[in-house]
Design a protein around this ligand. Structure first.
Ligand SMILES: C[S@@+](CC[C@H](N)C(=O)[O-])C[C@H]1O[C@@H](n2cnc3c(N)ncnc32)[C@H](O)[C@@H]1O
Length: 226
């Protein structure tokens, strides 16, 4: 069952209600933002793309309260019927979201989400890949600056994220989860600032901002062995 955040309220949403929300919003394209934080990216994406149905997912519900309350209002007051906010960890996502996404975003992850995405560890990778339809695009934006000075102890031994390490080390590991890495490049601070997330805005003004953008495609299911 999906746990939806609507302001201070938490309630359950089943697959039928999710399908009904999608069809009444008149949308066929589903975009999921994993580790959405305060939901700014999900809300902005839903505003800019009324043709998309957006699901913002985060482990911490409290930060979702403000924008989820706004999204539940009438459209003239900031309401966005084409976005929902869900409390869930990437390691334990509701089954209703399995294979529904045309696009998955993981923007400036931190904590368990960062470690799992950086080291391509199950169950984080299985969670991310499991959301995507075959052919769906998966975008991960890493903050490579975290390794410089303010890194928490439990992340201090992680290797630095670089374009080379994504291409040579991470890409084959993502492929093992059915995600074919198509491209990896550094983003300029301006491009990060344009991502419309709260952390992007904060980090784009850091001392040595450095961000790596990874784009992957969910491979079609393998045909059964003859
Ligand atoms: C640095 S914040 C970035 C938030 C947002 N994407 C942004 O750019 O503003 C990282 C987010 O990842 C979430 N997160 C960390 N581990 C997670 C997990 N295992 N499952 C779901 N969300 C997680 C945190 O709760 C936090 O909101």
């Amino acid at each position: 069952m999906i746990v939806v955040v609507e302001g201070k309220r938490r309630r359950e949403m089943d697959a039928a209600e999710l399908a009904e929300r999608m069809s009444s919003a008149g949308t066929s394209r589903v975009v999921i933002d994993v580790g959405t934080g305060d939901g700014r990216f999900a809300y902005a994406y839903a505003s800019a793309h009324p043709d998309a149905f957006v699901v913002g997912v985060d482990a911490i519900a409290e930060r979702l309260e403000e924008l989820s309350a706004k999204a539940a209002r009438k459209p003239a007051k900031g309401g966005r019927p084409n976005v929902v906010f869900v409390r869930a960890t990437v390691e334990d996502l509701p089954s209703e979201l399995t294979g529904v996404a045309d696009e998955v975003h993981v923007l400036l992850p931190w904590g368990a989400l960062l470690v799992g995405a950086m080291l391509a560890e199950a169950p984080v990778m299985a969670g991310i890949a499991g959301l995507a339809k075959p052919g769906a695009e998966v975008v991960v934006v890493f903050n490579a600056e975290v390794w410089e000075d303010s890194t928490p102890k439990d992340m201090a031994d992680l290797p630095a994220v670089t374009v080379d390490c994504v291409r040579s080390w991470l890409a084959p590991r993502y492929a093992a989860f059915g995600l074919d890495v198509l491209d990896a490049h550094e983003l300029s601070p301006d491009e990060v600032g344009a991502l419309s997330t709260t952390w992007a805005r904060k980090l784009a003004h850091g001392r040595h901002p450095k961000f790596v953008h990874l784009r992957a495609r969910r491979a079609p299911p393998r045909p059964p062995a003859p």
